[in-house]
Design a protein around this ligand. Structure first.
Ligand SMILES: C[S@@+](CC[C@H](N)C(=O)[O-])C[C@H]1O[C@@H](n2cnc3c(N)ncnc32)[C@H](O)[C@@H]1O
Length: 355
């Protein structure tokens, strides 16, 4: 066997020096049938990633980078059971293997599930020691209600000089809006699942980094009721498809290598204004990976495109992109963001898909 050229001409190299096993494995990886009609570059497609990924030209994507639903109850995942969510992610990862270039990468940005419901957790209640406990008793509340039958909870609270939540707790004997009697939850680590799905698909976990963002105090009810920390970091799992990978240290300046290229922990503030999409990642995240792992003219894919952040990063760095997004309202948002990025003096003048 001499020079191996795949049918889409993505690369050619001499594999004679490799072991027979590896030669066989790589031959299979490189020689996939080309699609007659595949998704086009520099377009954002409307649909389910699981269906549309198989319409992408095999061995064509230098880097796929995305942040999926995290199973934390956002609008776009509200209907998913944990099984559905696992099925979504494992299928999407598996569908990537044929389309990533040999030697190319799949980067997944995800976080652990911090409030994972588990009814099997023993219902042992912690005693929350607080010097702010209201002296108002259940009897006080019942007496006030009997004396003022027309008052609602808020008015009773005002009469008693306590919060409405205290009235509620005294009446119901629990804290119905969270706290120590809330449905039992625990932390669910997702890294092991992601690794397993990546390996099953044929990828190898090449690297992992941590993104530290702003501490989410507001989302962390539990931090004042338990010993748990607030939510302030996420993971970046970098999978590699076997093949020849060009390692070009000149893609980054010395300063960039020092500051983030070689660093396992990236400090990047979260997106402050999640006004038009509830879970954007910062532009800097795909920007860094695109700069590190691709070259001008390569294709970067995001199959959970959301507001179009990955496409904008690709445009800014003279890469091509393909986007997939389920919700129509985000397609429109992403398309408008992409058009703005193109108009801001970028080189890609290709039309966007009107689907
Ligand atoms: C965490 S957000 C990604 C946000 C994006 N990185 C950004 O910066 O705007 C996940 C996105 O995946 C979309 N989504 C959910 N399920 C999908 C599916 N099956 N196929 C394609 N997109 C999906 C959601 O509508 C949401 O916009």
């Amino acid at each position: 066997m001499g020079t191996l050229t795949n049918k889409s001409n993505v690369t050619n190299f001499n594999i004679n020096r490799l072991s027979p096993d590896l030669q066989r494995q790589l031959t299979e990886v490189y020689q996939s049938e080309q699609l007659d009609s595949a998704l086009e570059i520099n377009r954002i497609y409307h649909g389910d990633a699981r269906k549309l990924l198989s319409k992408i030209q095999p061995n064509s994507i230098a880097l796929s980078i995305w942040s999926p639903p995290y199973f934390v109850g956002k609008e776009y995942e509200a209907d998913l059971s944990f099984e559905d969510w696992q099925n979504l992610l494992s299928t999407v990862i598996a569908r990537h293997f044929p389309i990533i270039k040999p030697g190319g990468f799949l980067v997944i940005n995800i976080a652990d599930i911090l409030v994972f419901k588990d009814p099997a957790i023993p219902r042992i209640q912690a005693e929350v020691v607080s010097n702010k406990r209201s002296p108002v008793t259940r009897d006080d509340v019942l007496r006030a209600m009997a004396e003022h039958p027309d008052c609602n909870r808020y008015q009773i609270a005002k009469l008693l000089g306590c919060s409405e939540q205290t009235v509620d707790r005294r009446l119901n004997g629990n804290n119905i809006r969270g706290g120590k009697y809330e449905a039992q939850t625990r932390v669910k680590i997702v890294g092991g699942l992601i690794e397993e799905w990546g390996l099953n698909a044929g990828f190898y976990l090449y690297d992992r980094r941590v993104w530290t963002k702003d501490a989410a105090w507001e989302n962390s009810r539990w931090h004042s009721l338990s010993y748990k920390s607030v939510d302030e970091f996420e993971y970046l799992y970098v999978f590699w498809k076997p093949g020849v990978t060009k390692v070009d240290r000149n893609r980054l300046t010395k300063k960039e290598w020092r500051e983030w290229g070689s660093r396992g922990v990236w400090h990047i503030p979260s997106v402050r204004a999640n006004d038009n999409h509830e879970a954007k990642f910062p532009l800097e995240l795909p920007r860094r990976f695109i700069q590190l792992l691709t070259e001008a003219g390569d294709i970067a894919l995001d199959c959970f495109m959301g507001s179009g952040t990955t496409a904008i990063a690709a445009i800014q760095q003279r890469r091509n992109f393909i986007g997939i997004e389920l919700l129509e309202k985000y397609i429109k948002l992403a398309q408008s963001n992409v058009q703005k990025a193109m108009a801001e003096g970028q080189q890609l003048a290709l039309p966007l898909n009107e689907d």
